[in-house]
Design a binder for this molecule. Sequence first.
Ligand SMILES: Cc1cc2nc3c(=O)[nH]c(=O)nc-3n(C[C@H](O)[C@H](O)[C@H](O)COP(=O)(O)OP(=O)(O)OC[C@H]3O[C@@H](n4cnc5c(N)ncnc54)[C@H](O)[C@@H]3O)c2cc1C
Length: 414
Amino acid sequence: MTKYSIFSLIRNALSYHENWQKAWRSPDPKPAYDVVIVGGGGHGLATAYYLAKECGITNVAVIEKGWLGGGNTGRNTTIVRSNYLWDESAALYDHAIKLWETMSQDLNYNVMFSQRGLLHLAHNVHDMQEIGRRGHAIKLNGIDSEFLSPAQVKEMVPIINLNCRYPVMGALLQRRGGTARHDAVAWGYARACDAMGVDIIQNCAVTGFEIEDGTVKAVETTRGRIGAGKVGVVTAGHSSVMAEMAGFRMPLESFPLQAFVSEPLKPVIDCVIMSNAIHAYISQSDKGELVIGGSGDPYISYSQRGSFDQVEHVAGPVLELYPVFSRVRMMRQWGGITDVTVDRSPILTKTPVGNMYFNCGWGTGGFKATPGSGHVFAHSIAKGEMHPIAAPFSMDRFNTGALIDEAAAAAVAH
Ligand SMILES: Cc1cc2nc3c(=O)[nH]c(=O)nc-3n(C[C@H](O)[C@H](O)[C@H](O)COP(=O)(O)OP(=O)(O)OC[C@H]3O[C@@H](n4cnc5c(N)ncnc54)[C@H](O)[C@@H]3O)c2cc1C
């Protein structure tokens, strides 16, 4: 694999950039693999990466029904943070942030991880109590968290209108939070996986599982049967569909979540600002577009489109907080299918089927966890036992009642 560097850039410039090696191959599927990962989003690719890199398992295929990152990985608003309430979540999401911090170097691929800081605004007494409780819990877990006064918020975000319909009363700041370039994450992992011998098979949908004596033996696909020693299912919005194929139920509901971006502007916001009470969040991409989102659609669906009512529902609150954007034009709008659990925490689990593992339920907020999730999931598949960080997120918790309720921290979608 060509190492990306200033030298390879210069060398390729000399041949008019016509001879760059393909970032990954497009192999035909082999008859069987030690591990088959279903779903070529960030989490699936990260799992394959750590299986190959840290667990020594390179006979791995990632099977993707469309194109890499065409699911939620390429549709999200790229917020990365680890300021969750419970110890279990803090361990998982902060594990991810630590891996984000070295990801570009590890993958030799610039994922543009930018720790520009993330603000959660508080607009009422309940919000203040929520950020107070969560902020202290986060600090007790050794994760950075600061309380800001309205004046400090104004200093950080000069264009904000603090005295809007729901005045800003304070904020919780995580300076290590920020954004990353979402599709670069999929491409970076794919390239690194391919270099270690992992087969990435796109345009190949899994249509069923071959299960013998309660243990998975193969996946049925649109390109035929592929034998599998172990199977990891990482299909986000389609996880309950996959579980049904395997003969059990996954406690998930699938809701569309929408986002939109504006025309590019000169730099005007240099952090991420989320507001739970008014249900909108905003950041500015490195291209200059305002990246805007709100809460999920209020109905279950597999649609991946935007809708007019959501623009109205989210643009109103955004203009309350930032009247300066009243004449900005919106450029693109889209949706993704999020797989939501009742406690708003993910599911990393063994299943009733032997050698079959599921990684799902990230709902509206799994992008931030991509490297951490892949890392602990790979180790769980390799050892056949859930990694200690992943263990509390097993699907058994919906029977035992040991839920990890992150509804408030998940809040306005992420
Ligand atoms: C609009 C929006 C904004 C968001 N914003 C944020 C944010 O700011 N921060 C954050 O942390 N999270 C955010 N999220 C959530 C985040 O995008 C997801 O939690 C995360 O990307 C899930 O990654 P994944 O790899 O599990 O899923 P995906 O990227 O969806 O990958 C799953 C893959 O499985 C494939 N697949 C499905 N069925 C099959 C099959 N039968 N056979 C083969 N392949 C199959 C799909 O094609 C897909 O590519 C957002 C989501 C949306 C929709």
